[in-house]
Design a binder for this molecule. Structure first.
Ligand code: FES
Ligand code: FE2
Length: 333
């Protein structure tokens, strides 16, 4: 696994599951942010996430708990809690314990559904969300295809994997880009936009590739906080990818890619789009090999051709609870 990864888990919105994978009445145990949770969908369809261990005698609500209406019933003695973590029913008690009258007994993670995914907000001090999840319009547009999804569990820190988008030189040496791409990065609060231009073989209007000519191809990556990104591949053909990064611990994360493409495209463009998706997925494998064995250097020597690595790290610091002053990162170059 990556070495030197004593960076903390950042706060933010993180993907926990695709919406379609959690039907009403379903319960699922999760382990994210170094904590155990019970994720469930109520009968009316609301996704909720509670810290896992029952306030009674500590059973894991996600391991055998059952949804009853808008509540989850513990598998051990049948106590029922609502999605806010309030104990609503103790089936065999004559008088409800006083503590249950005094508000939530378990922490309820803020949860939202956007872009066909369920998202949970993590903050080490349980501070309420400080920014929003952005909508990717193509993900709710009926003219765009169902999601094609990929998932990896990676032994690295979420700050390290995110750095890939601004690390220009690795595109040549790891991903065999023909020339060094040009990148422009814009930072705006929790948002980060990278516009990358690289030279690619020319694609004609009918989708034929002319290897003798080149053209600029544009890739726009947008990030909202540490856990979500979208990439628009916009050439003669189009595809939009949502990338999500979810910390399991501070040195393990789940990376997911979900692609959508316009439904009505010619066979030729369909082949090209599928090729692009396959290539994007294949290239992650190359990055994983590097991440797995590398050291995290908080004092890298950088050169002028490196791309905005230092700028990226400064931007990322805002998601560490201690704030910019105490973040454990020094920068050189
Ligand atoms: S441990 Fe949950 S009801 Fe007893
Ligand atoms: Fe990469």
């Amino acid at each position: 696994m990556g070495i030197g990864l004593d960076l903390p888990i950042p706060f933010g919105w993180f993907a926990v599951a695709y919406s379609k994978d959690l039907a009403p009445g379903e319960v699922s145990p999760t382990f994210l942010f170094g904590q155990h949770q019970a994720l469930f969908r109520t009968e009316s369809g609301e996704a909720r996430m509670l810290e896992a261990f029952c306030p009674h005698l500590g059973a894991h609500l996600g391991q055998g708990g059952k949804v009853v209406g808008e509540q989850i019933a513990c598998p051990f003695h049948g106590w029922q809690l609502d999605g806010d973590g309030v104990v609503r029913e103790v089936p065999y008690a004559e008088t409800m314990p006083r503590r249950t009258q005094e508000g939530a007994c378990l922490y309820s993670y803020p949860v939202q559904e956007r872009n066909q995914m369920i998202w949970a907000w993590y903050h080490p001090r349980r501070i309420e969300p400080t920014f929003e999840i952005e909508d990717i319009p193509e993900f709710s547009d009926p003219d765009w295809s169902e999601l094609e999804t990929y998932e990896w569990e990676i032994e690295s820190h979420i700050q390290e994997t995110g750095e890939n988008a601004v690390d220009i030189a690795h595109f040549v040496y790891v991903h065999s880009a023909r020339t060094m791409p040009k990148a422009n990065i814009t930072l705006d609060g929790c948002r980060r936009i990278t516009e990358m231009v690289s030279l690619s073989p020319k694609i004609g209007e009918d989708g034929t590739i002319d290897l003798s000519k080149t053209e600029d191809s544009y890739l726009i990556s947008r990030n909202w906080g540490p856990g979500m990104s979208s990439q628009t591949f916009d050439r003669a053909f189009k595809t939009v990818m949502m990338g999500t990064m979810t910390p399991v611990t501070n040195n393990k994360l789940i990376l997911r890619f979900a692609f959508t493409k316009p439904r009505n495209i010619s066979e030729q463009f369909n082949v090209l789009t599928n090729g692009l998706i396959a290539e994007t997925v294949r290239q992650v494998g190359h990055d994983i090999e590097i991440w797995k064995h590398k050291l995290y250097r908080d004092d890298p020597i950088l050169c002028d051709g490196d791309g905005p690595v230092a700028k990226y790290r400064q931007w990322f610091r805002q998601f560490y609870d201690e704030g910019a002053e105490d973040a454990p990162i020094r920068l050189v170059g």
